[in-house]
Design a protein around this ligand. Structure first.
Ligand SMILES: CSC[C@H]1O[C@H](OP(=O)(O)O)[C@H](O)[C@@H]1O
Length: 360
């Protein structure tokens, strides 16, 4: 079993083909941005942070193999390829924010007369490669901050029972995970009693990926059907729900895997606090509310087949949105690498603060 979704050594980029898990653990090579776009679009690699990292590293692979006549030529190549990668999946914001930041960097380096062509390439590539270690550090911070926030609502030294949706662990990031990072931190603190993970139809991120990670880490976990959320909340005394995010709007509305919204409604009904765990790079202050978030719709076949086996009547109409939006009113708080925020606190952040803020 391996939990390394991304392997990047000596300018060779490989991703663990998550369409084959858990039955088969197979790495495939990503030889440039064309491959990068394909493995993201096909969901061979998925998860908002992992999408951004694999997309940007696929550009690094191209750049290392290319010779440029000028800094302007390199800048143009960088901008064109990053904008192409952003089109691979529209809802998760991490690739878009990474592209904006890296295009800004390329513009600065290109305009700086003290920077040579070689310096520009070296600095740019180092910035991209640093995304791997930064993401792991961000996730460990999210884990720590989230565990402390959840424990602040728990009496004495009692243990927690956490429900989660989809996969937000090492297979969705460079490692450790966001919502699963909070679960890993609670486990490390010996304050986690049990995890309930939903199967998460139709891609089955929960059954195929989160269960895989929990078994790998020997974290006590029960797989439940998406249709069991209400019954588990009613009978299993859930301490909190913690999920990930693909894009958090400025007012705290959050786009996440389809099924998240109904979990939040059920959590409100059952009095269970509902938390979103995501790096601040998933917060899109340019989007005022969830109404403005584009929701990706995926092929019917993901619903009508499991592998080659048809499970739905031929000819039936399908609707397969990959995400839904949970309104901020249903969210107790957003756990980020820079602190814990009530949804209404996000819009007070500006881009500079996003980089440095430590909230209350
Ligand atoms: C830390 S991953 C965030 C997010 O990405 C997943 O979606 P997908 O598997 O389609 O890439 C899911 O919504 C996770 O919560």
């Amino acid at each position: 079993m391996t939990l390394r979704a991304i392997k990047y050594e000596n300018n060779s980029l490989e991703i663990l083909d998550q369409l084959l898990l858990p039955a088969q653990s197979k790495y495939i090579q990503v030889k440039g941005v064309e491959d990068g776009w394909k493995v993201i679009n096909k969901m061979q690699v998925r998860g908002a942070p992992a999408i951004a990292i694999v997309g940007c590293l696929s550009l690094a692979v191209d750049l290392r193999n290319e010779k440029f006549d000028s800094k302007q030529q390199m800048r143009q190549e960088i901008e064109g390829k990053l904008n192409y990668l952003v089109s691979s999946r529209p809802t998760a914001v991490n690739m878009k924010i990474a592209a904006e930041d890296l295009i800004d960097l390329a513009n600065q380096l290109s305009k700086d007369s003290n920077v040579t062509l070689e310096n520009m390439k070296t600095k740019f590539l180092q910035t991209v490669e640093d995304m791997l270690t930064k993401d792991i550090a961000d996730n460990q911070a999210i884990g720590e901050i989230g565990a402390k926030e959840i424990l602040s609502g728990v009496s004495g030294d009692s243990l927690c029972r956490i429900m989660t949706h989809c996969n937000t662990g090492s297979l969705a990031t460079a490692g450790y995970g966001t919502a699963l990072g909070v679960i890993r931190s609670l486990h490390a603190m010996k304050r986690l009693e049990h995890v309930y993970c939903t199967e998460t139809r139709p891609y089955n991120q929960g059954a195929r990926l989160t269960a895989y990670e929990m078994v790998h880490d020997k974290i006590p976990c029960t797989l439940i059907l998406d249709s069991m959320v209400a019954a588990v909340m009613k009978h299993r005394n859930i301490t909190a729900v913690v999920v990930g995010a693909d894009r958090v709007a400025a007012n705290g509305d959050t786009a996440n895997k389809i099924g998240t919204y109904q979990m939040a409604v059920l959590a409100k009904y059952h009095g269970v606090p509902f938390f979103v765990a995501a790096p601040l790079t998933s917060v899109d202050l340019k989007v005022p509310s969830g109404d403005h978030i584009v929701i990706e719709e995926r092929p019917d076949r993901e619903m009508t087949h499991i592998g080659e086996h048809r499970i739905a009547a031929k000819g039936v109409t399908c609707w397969n949105p990959a995400f839904d939006v949970t309104p901020a009113s249903l969210i107790a708080g957003i756990i980020t690498d820079k602190g814990f925020f009530r949804p209404e606190q996000l819009k007070t952040l500006n881009d500079h603060q996003k980089m440095n803020n430590h909230s209350s």
